[in-house]
Write a new protein. Sequence first.
Length: 218
Amino acid sequence: MRRPRPTEESRARAARITQALADLLPEEPLAAGPTEPGSAGERGPRGGDCPGCGEPLHPTAVRHGVEFDACGACGGIWLDAGELEALTSGLDPAPGTGAQNEADLRARVPAPVSRESDVRYRECPRCREVMNRRNFGTISGVIVDECRHHGLFLDVGELEEVEAFLRAGGRAVGEAARARATARSMPPPPPQLETSRPVANESVGASAVDVLWNLFFN
Ligand SMILES: [Zn+2]
Ligand SMILES: [Zn+2]
């Protein structure tokens, strides 16, 4: 179907609609879409509400020279993207001195305090999206709340547990465990299909051969 040719009247109507739409739009340009993790700090002021208890976060805490948001009510801390790395850099043990495997690691680090009684999904203080729960370092047992765009929230005591995990060499042991898990998930066919299918084919094949043999030679 061909479009109708524009007339003076339709052009004027289009101009009026365009102007009306322009009047509806806000003066300020809309905020940009999702930003790179590294630029998260430019999105606005620090602070926001504590994901743990809803009280305001205060950008006052300093540890190892890194400033970050903390909650004065529940003791939780919010780390913007990159701040955890800054806080924990240099904690990994010298090569050869850290834990060699998970059993070795368990012997060196006390088990994290279980906080499973209050499992719930929490909102990122920056974007209000529900955060993911992640086992820090794959095997630490410290369950942190993470927004993949903005950072992560640690309950009171969890930063100390993360530090103990890293000091004992947990980062390398966790990376090895993750690599093994990835390798295990690679082979596509589940083993029970591999064994059951040829058996089924054999029995079908054998009975078909029997039928043909009987047809032709009996
Ligand atoms: Zn709090
Ligand atoms: Zn976020």
